[in-house]
Design a protein around this ligand. Structure first.
Ligand SMILES: [Zn+2]
Ligand SMILES: [Zn+2]
Length: 717
């Protein structure tokens, strides 16, 4: 559908042809993106304002646009660019008047719709409604205007008309489905509302706003098990959220037992043996200690027991003495339990017990136990009770130990670097991805693990080298092994990326949004091979104005990382609509800001990523400059990336002022983000790597394209 938006406005050429992902993640921009590319005005004052928009703060840019229109007021683009800068600086009314000036100079549906959107955000739905009607009289098919018109009807309490308009505007986009859900909810049609929210979440699993409304809709329909699934994800995304936790606790007793209800033990089945012999990892091949079932921050998750089964015989040893604690036959399950300290006894401490399948105590280990298969080349150990995953099998050895003040059992897989790489490759990239892309992934995964183990040592405190989550890199154990991944790993055996003859610090993320960031831009230091690159064969035009940036984020990337059968659209372009009250609650947990008054971008880097952002509160303000902070603090759950534009929707709050006169105050109601890419966008872009491989590049070329100056070396084992 986005293509209809773009084509309608003459921007679609080149993006629509050849690849049309089923779900269009791109929302209409709100800035009249559609107007035909006009020659950039010669005004140096306007050029200065545009420059400031990227390098300085949006308010300074807005003031510079003010100076620019005083010099020359006849160029609609200066007004439209300035309107964006005013809106983003927390001046919604000024944005309305500036968009209006732009629309008068450039009387087109998109310009009129931009006025409508600005009015909607300024809490003027009646005026917005009229502007959208004008826009639709100029172009009845303008999706940008249709979506806005629907949104205005929703604000005016006319859900039936809203549904009609939004349905005509677009399908399959998270934000429009979210609005549709709200409209159906208003109508009292809960099942249609839930369906719309479900589509929004289905198109983008990071659209947490849809998850919250979907869970509440399920609760009203008494579909408790369905609600549970989404509440669990919300708590997972924001563990500090009291509201989500309270809802979870309320729902728990209402659940009916079924295969997907919590607490159900996985079905017992004999684990399949490995299809391939393990890599012998004696000699010079490094081994790794991998933290298994880690939290998103890479720490061990709380766990009171661990049930292990082997497809071959194995034994449990005391790692300190080598003493055999128990021997297990193939297919047998054994459970290590954490026995908590007795509160009544002062000196009592938590300890471990090995239980057989029938609950008998079989062995009492010390604080740790090492499980070793008798035939390591051909057998594997399966962790049966993995709350986050289906049972997972591991090559190598498994260590279970008391952790976190003896309150939890830590699970560590001790494994050779090649087998480990095997378990990362297809967990990090679709198995059907082009072969050379998988090989590039194998090289960076192997190198990255080695670098974390030997240089950063970031998980030393947790007692392992690397975690199995995105925090380091996703490791799926043996689940990911196929003949194809096997060939990928053996085909790159021991190959690592090097710089100056040493393993390089090669990092990667899912989707760069179209261009990668440099290490200095993101504030991660001047690593010589972390330079921003355009993820395309042809260099991209630099982003030169607020309109440019919005257009860029309203279109599919045109380069190697464009949506394809390998690249998921929601990774390329995404939207979020975060209620201000939710964000206020979350931010106050950390900063005590008082009432949330607004968010303002202070600095962008040339790739378009936000580098510095101001949060204004009634008690104090706070500037965020850390990439992880910006992503993790600004959403319910995290934002996919820092490459975004931000629109604030306001509501009117009436305060009893002096002499009995009430004044309306504009306060933020919703923050709408439109973004590109997934991850930090420094180093290798996994989506772009797949596109490059499809275009015929070898894995060496791919690795070197993202890390300029890096060579491929061999560990020589
Ligand atoms: Zn980690
Ligand atoms: Zn990319």
């Amino acid at each position: 559908m986005i293509f209809s938006i773009l084509l309608a406005v003459g921007l679609g050429a080149g993006t629509a042809s050849g690849q049309s992902p089923e779900q269009a993640p791109v929302e209409a921009s709100t800035a009249g993106i559609s107007s035909p590319p006009a020659p950039m005005p010669a005004s140096p004052v306007a050029a200065k304002a545009r420059g400031l928009y990227f390098t300085g703060d949006t308010l300074k840019a807005a003031e510079a646009f003010e100076a620019a229109v005083k010099v020359s007021s006849g160029d609609w683009r200066t007004w439209a660019d300035g309107a964006i800068a005013w809106a983003e600086s927390g001046r919604p009314e000024k944005a309305v008047s500036w968009h209006r000036r732009a629309a008068i100079l450039n009387e087109r549906a998109e310009s009129r719709a931009a006025v409508g959107w600005a009015m909607l955000r300024a809490a003027e739905p009646e005026g917005a409604d009229a502007e959208f009607a004008r826009a639709l009289s100029l172009d009845p098919a303008s999706a940008f205007a249709l979506l806005g018109a629907g949104r205005a009807k929703l604000a005016l309490g006319k859900p039936k008309e809203a549904i009609d308009l939004i349905s005509r505007a677009a399908g399959g986009q998270p934000l429009s489905d979210y609005y549709l859900g709200l409209a159906y909810e208003r109508l009292g049609n809960e099942s249609a509302a839930a369906e719309a929210y479900k589509r929004a979440v289905g198109a983008d699993s990071y659209f947490y706003e849809g998850r919250g409304t979907l869970a509440r809709s399920y609760l009203r329909q008494r579909r408790y098990n369905d609600a549970w699934k989404h509440l669990v994800k919300l708590v997972e995304a924001d563990p500090g959220s009291k509201l989500a936790r309270a809802m979870l606790n309320k729902v728990r007793p209402l659940l009916t037992r079924s295969s997907d209800a919590p607490g159900t033990v996985a079905v017992e089945q004999a684990p399949a043996g490995p299809a391939y012999q393990t890599e012998p990892w004696g000699g010079r091949m490094p081994s790794l200690r991998v933290g298994v079932s880690s939290s998103p921050m890479g720490r061990p998750r709380a766990r009171r027991s661990a049930t292990i089964r082997g497809n071959g015989p194995w034994r449990a040893l005391d790692p300190a003495t080598g003493r055999v604690l128990l021997t297990a036959a193939a297919g047998e399950s054994w459970t290590l339990r954490l026995i908590p300290a007795k509160k009544s006894k002062k000196k009592s401490r938590a300890r471990l017990e090995f239980h057989s399948n029938d609950g008998q105590v079989a062995a009492v280990p010390g604080d740790a136990v090492l499980l070793k298969p008798d035939e390591p080349e051909t057998s594997a150990l399966t962790l049966v009770d993995d709350p986050e995953h289906t049972p997972r099998s591991f090559r190598g050895e498994v260590e279970l130990a008391l952790h976190g003040g003896r309150r939890t059992i830590r699970v560590v897989n001790v494994i050779g670097l090649e087998d480990y790489t095997h378990g990362v490759v297809s967990a990090e990239m679709p198995q059907r991805a082009p072969f050379e892309a998988l090989k590039a992934q194998a090289v960076v995964a192997r190198t990255h693990a080695l670098y974390i183990k030997t240089v950063t040592k970031r998980h030393r405190k947790e007692g392992y080298d690397i975690c199995d989550e995105q925090h380091c890199q996703v490791y799926g154990g043996m689940r990911a092994e196929t003949e194809r991944t096997r060939a990928v790993v053996t085909g790159t055996r021991g190959r690592v990326a090097t710089y100056d003859g040493r393993p390089a610090h090669v990092i990667y993320s899912s989707h760069c949004g179209g261009r990668t960031q440099s290490g200095t831009d993101i504030g991660w230091g001047n690593v010589p091979y972390w330079k921003g690159v355009d993820d395309s064969a042809e260099p991209l035009a630099p982003l030169a104005s607020p309109l440019d940036l919005r257009r860029f984020l309203s279109e599919w990337p045109k380069g190697f990382d464009r949506p394809s059968s390998f690249v998921y659209p929601a990774h390329a372009r995404w939207t979020r609509a975060i209620p201000a009250k939710d964000l206020e609650e979350k931010l106050n947990r950390r900063f005590k800001l008082g009432k949330l008054r607004g968010l303002r971008v202070l600095r962008r880097v040339p790739s378009g990523h936000v580098d510095s952002l101001l949060i204004t509160g009634s008690k104090r303000s706070k500037v965020l400059t850390d990439e992880m902070d910006i992503r993790s603090l600004l959403g319910v759950g995290s934002l996919r990336s820092t490459m975004f534009v931000l629109d604030t929707e306001y509501r009117k709050e009436y305060t009893a002022a002096a002499k009995g006169k009430k004044t309306a105050l504009l306060v933020p109601e919703t923050f709408v983000f439109r973004g590109g890419g997934w991850g930090h966008a420094v180093g290798l872009c996994q989506s772009g790597a797949m596109g490059r491989a499809e275009a015929g590049q070898t894995y060496e070329t791919i690795v070197k394209a993202y890390f300029k100056g890096v060579e491929l070396g061999d560990l020589g084992y």
